[in-house]
Design a protein around this ligand. Structure first.
Ligand code: SF4
Ligand code: SF4
Length: 297
């Protein structure tokens, strides 16, 4: 039996990726099961989903703690060692990044690493940073466990119309553009690049929730979640257009858009999760959502 763990965020299609993958395994004549694990029910929150497959019926119902393959749909999480926790010796990781260096040095039992610019491809093909289809294509090529045609057939059960066409294109590009590399035993990477997260506190340690939670921090003795780590696009203000009306701050679901001393409103990037609601609601269209650079990306 093979075990796969998929890491992503709410809104990136993590759960549906697991379902499509399991469907493809079944279409290829294998047994398979998939199920998700949700953390907080918020768009942008870390989500994990699990797939088991094999030639015998799959009975296990636990989360996957020792995966043969890890897939990371989210380019920020690709730098988080927790995503690779429990990876079996000789395991494989397929990550949304153009740079293999993003994988932390502590991940030593990795044999094959596949990298794909799934965010870039998905933005081009789908118009949204929903990376699941592209990463499924990368998975098919890197593992050879499912046929590309079978995946395309499976995705037709989940999507329709224009979104199906776009997602098929993203899937095919993931298949053709993934880079696959066998890992050397003594990897020496740039430390700056291996720690790409905006905050250092990217762990489940305080308090313990699950290995897939993220970004707990203590602020004035209160435990809080630094939702800024969920963000990959950030609001950018055009001061010439802004009327200083404060509408954006009223609509921000995290209450993190605050007035500055100059009268303009600015997001607290420790907490802004990049949802774009402020840009959508701004009556003057003074806010643009701009893709952020992540270290090493
Ligand atoms: S809603 Fe738009 S115009 Fe109003 S303060 Fe915010 S950015 Fe400026
Ligand atoms: S993108 Fe705008 S609305 Fe969304 S969390 Fe950030 S500041 Fe708030």
């Amino acid at each position: 039996m093979g075990e796969i763990r998929i890491h992503g965020r709410g809104g990136q299609g993590t759960v549906i990726a697991a379902e499509i993958m399991a469907t493809a395994f079944v279409l290829d004549g294998k047994y398979a099961a998939s199920f998700p694990f949700f953390g907080q029910e918020r768009r942008g929150a870390p989500v994990a989903a699990f797939v088991r497959f094999g030639l015998e019926p799959v009975r296990e119902k636990t989360r996957v703690y020792n995966p043969d393959i890890v897939i990371v749909l989210d380019r920020v999480q690709a730098g988080n060692p927790i995503c690779y926790a429990g990876l079996k010796e000789g395991g494989m990781a397929i990550i949304n990044s153009r740079h293999e260096e993003i994988v932390p040095l502590s991940v030593t039992n990795l044999e094959l690493l596949a990298t794909a610019d799934a965010t870039g491809i998905s933005l081009q093909e789908i118009g949204l940073p929903i990376t699941n289809s592209c990463m499924l294509g990368a998975f098919a090529k890197a593992t050879q466990l499912v046929q590309l045609d079978t995946l395309i057939y499976a995705i037709e059960e989940f999507l329709k119309g224009d979104m199906l066409v776009r997602n098929k294109r993203a899937l095919q590009r993931g298949f053709h553009e993934v880079a696959i590399k066998r890992q050397e035993k003594d990897r020496v990477f740039n430390d700056e690049i291996t720690n790409p997260t905006p905050n250092d506190n990217f762990s489940a340690a305080v308090p313990f929730q699950s290995p897939y939670e993220s970004a707990w921090a203590e602020v004035q003795k209160l435990v809080t979640v630094r939702t800024g780590e969920w963000r990959f696009i950030a609001p950018v203000l055009d001061k010439k257009t802004c009327r200083q009306c404060g509408w954006c701050s009223l609509y921000c679901p995290l209450g993190c858009m605050k007035p500055g001393e100059d009268g303009y409103f600015y997001p607290d990037l420790n907490y802004c999760k990049g949802c774009g609601i402020c840009a959508y609601e701004c009556p003057a269209q003074a806010i643009r959502m701009v893709m952020e650079e992540v270290g090493g990306y």
